[in-house]
Design a protein around this ligand. Structure first.
Ligand SMILES: [Zn+2]
Length: 81
């Protein structure tokens, strides 16, 4: 595991695996579940704390909204790729 799972990153609200906050090659930060098939916060942040804050603050109530966002973001990503 090269990205690391700092103890300040809360587990995934859906599958309870470890959450990850990782830096992109462009020096943006995103948060995601450590399971590639689970959930990703489909936004990038200019600093780690912002990504971490968003990941840690989303409760179960926001997961549905997040999933909707996820869907549109992954379609955008597919188009961009
Ligand atoms: Zn998960």
């Amino acid at each position: 595991m090269t990205m690391g799972t700092p103890s300040d990153v809360l587990p995934c609200p859906i599958c309870h695996r470890a959450g990850l906050v990782s830096e992109t090659l462009d020096h943006f930060w995103s948060a995601m579940c450590s399971d590639d098939n689970c959930i990703v916060i489909g936004r990038y942040f200019s600093d780690r704390d912002a990504a971490l804050r968003i990941w840690n603050s989303r409760g179960p109530a926001s997961v549905a909204a997040l999933a909707g966002q996820l869907l549109s973001d992954s379609m955008n990503a597919a188009v961009a790729a």
